[in-house]
Ligand binder design. Structure first.
Ligand code: FAD
Length: 530
């Protein structure tokens, strides 16, 4: 069963080994575990629903399970059992028409609507506003079917509430795949990806969701908007752009038509180690700018490399051999690991692997074969499970992410990590911060940093530590010219930083669009813009 107050299925426990515990303890100190609320305690805090319509399910468990996402404040709310306001009910439409009826009903009863996909938002997209107005979730989770497959045009129309594994399971028997693999793949949904502009681990081959989203149906408080459908068009503005990034403020995306690919013949992941971050970064940029057709380039900095090997890779004998081999190749302290994804036909894979490894070798990269790649692929969606184990050991963890042009990547990455250390350093607390880049473009790349710090033992204290870290880290990203989000979207947590990126006129335009779709301001207020 899915954990109600953490990440993942509760039968899947990614435990910290003794060595991993010692590693974390050495870096930030002894963990200070908190006492979590039980589900029963949390259920008792769900008030009576203010909604009487039969379209909305109002029992406490249904409302509890959809009242929060996975942001740090969400995490604190769930662990403390102080969830904040709850939605008054949840509708579960199974078709586009039923979704339209649910939205019309919400409008009739004067309710605020929060569309709910897979509940994996990490920026407060799903927060329920306090106030006298009733609030309902419209959950798309039962809209999970393959509605149409046009094999000639390689387009699939799929219910917007379909989670990642099911999207691929629907396509696979026909010989196709979508190829969108965010780390939240197990639970996040096609509709959620589109409206938050998500990016998957193999975006280098398959593109971001923007590149896959061909057409969609949006139910808005003012009626239906159908967008896209043509292979390309110069007929004015592309209205798919109004849907992508709309974060539930403009309407409900009920169906999405996506561009699919044939299943690849082959896929391998290769590990390469570089003597330093700067050298590894130059190698990655060279591969991208030489158009080597790979499916993934994921470069960990020296701290993340060390952390991954300690926390995830595990196997001691293999690590001893790896370190010996790297030393022989002149790679020691400061080593950075690059994971290269090679996907396609046999011929394509051979060609792109050779080109990538030739470039790596010209930058002193040591290829360690596929064993690290196999370990990475096996655990590719399991990293977030560590957050449960860290929390239970008395440590908090969160991430920030951005994207920036190549010439500014290293200064921004260093500034993010240093800022995290400085913020809690003022309280004599240590932060273990580490980074990778994993979405690469000719112009630049994403930067994804994780920070681990000790819990305070009380929820208010943890929230306060996180708040200081998050706000300074967001400011640092903006000051350096990075986007406030490469892939997680805006929600509540990033909304204050939007004007710096979009400008005053840009913000007016976004607000005007929201007013046009939703004159009563009933759709997911407080998210995307304030
Ligand atoms: C452990 C973890 C790892 C993650 N890794 C990645 C990653 O690698 N890449 C990445 O891009 N993101 C990642 N995320 C963030 C998150 O998974 C994405 O933002 C995802 O796109 C959210 O999809 P969802 O279906 O869970 O949407 P939800 O969290 O349910 O909703 C997010 C927002 O979209 C709106 N919404 C959802 N569905 C619809 C719909 N059909 N119509 C209208 N509005 C809708 C909601 O109202 C809300 O505002 C990660 C999150 C976690 C917890």
């Amino acid at each position: 069963m899915r954990r109600w107050n953490g990440w993942g299925d509760d039968s899947d426990i990614f435990a910290l080994t003794d060595d991993a515990r010692a590693f974390v303890r050495e870096r930030v100190g002894d963990g200070v575990p908190s006492t979590d609320a039980t589900r029963e305690q949390a259920l008792k805090t769900v008030p009576e629903s203010r909604v009487k319509s039969p379209l909305f399910v109002t029992d406490a468990a249904t409302r509890l399970d959809r009242s929060r996402g996975q942001s740090f404040p969400d995490w604190i709310a769930m662990r403390s059992g102080r969830m904040g306001p709850y939605a008054d009910g949840v509708a579960f439409p199974t078709t586009h028409d039923e979704a339209a009826v649910a939205l019309a009903e919400a409008k009739k009863i004067g309710a605020i609507v929060i569309p709910y996909g897979g509940g994996t938002s990490v920026v407060g997209h799903l927060n329920v506003p306090a106030g006298d107005q009733p609030v309902v979730n419209i959950s798309l989770e039962r809209m999970n079917k393959l509605l149409k497959l046009d094999e000639t045009s390689m387009l699939a129309t799929i219910g917007a509430g379909t989670p990642g594994p099911q999207v691929e399971a629907l396509l696979k028997p026909h010989g196709y795949l979508l190829g969108h693999f965010p780390q939240s793949y197990e639970y996040s949904t096609l509709g959620g990806w589109v409206v938050t502009r998500s990016s998957g681990q193999q975006s280098y081959r398959y593109g971001r969701i923007e590149n896959m989203f061909a057409a969609g149906r949006l139910v808005t408080p003012r009626g239906e908007l159908d967008v896209g459908g043509m292979p390309a068009s110069s007929a004015g503005q592309d209205l798919r752009e109004a849907v992508m990034g709309s974060e539930g403020r403009f309407g409900l995306l009920t169906e999405a038509t996506v561009r699919v690919r044939r299943l690849p013949e082959r896929e391998d992941f290769h590990g390469v180690f570089f003597p330093s971050w700067e050298i590894g970064l130059d190698a990655v940029r060279t591969m991208v700018q030489s158009d080597v057709p790979l499916s993934m380039l994921r470069l960990s900095n020296e701290i993340e490399t060390e952390t991954q090997l300690a926390l995830v890779a595990g196997h001691k004998t293999a690590l001893t051999w790896l370190n010996r081999y790297l030393r022989l190749r002149g790679i020691g302290q400061g080593a950075c690991m690059l994971m290269i994804g090679v996907t396609g036909s046999e011929i394509e894979c051979n060609h792109s692997r050779h080109r990538a490894l030739d470039i790596a070798a010209s930058f002193k990269g040591a290829h360690v074969g596929r064993f690290m790649g196999k370990a990475w692929a096996k655990n590719r969606f399991r990293g977030p499970y560590l957050r449960n184990a860290l929390w239970e050991a008395g440590y908090a963890a969160d991430t920030v992410e951005t994207a920036i042009n190549w010439n500014k990547v290293t200064p921004l990455m260093r500034a993010i990590e240093q800022t995290a250390r400085d913020v809690l350093g003022k309280e004599n607390e240590k932060v273990h911060a580490f980074t990778h880049l994993s979405h690469v473009y000719r112009q630049g790349c994403s930067i994804y940093s994780t920070f681990v710090f000790r819990s305070t033992g009380n929820f208010e204290g943890d929230y306060e530590r996180w708040r200081k870290l998050k706000s300074r880290l967001c400011e640092t990203m903006v000051e350096h010219g990075g986007t406030i989000s490469h892939q997680h979207g805006v929600g509540v947590d990033h909304a204050p930083y939007m004007p710096a990126e979009k400008g005053a006129l840009g913000m007016d335009l976004i607000r005007a669009m929201a007013r046009e779709f939703d004159p009563q301001a009933m759709m997911n207020p407080g998210k995307l813009f304030v």
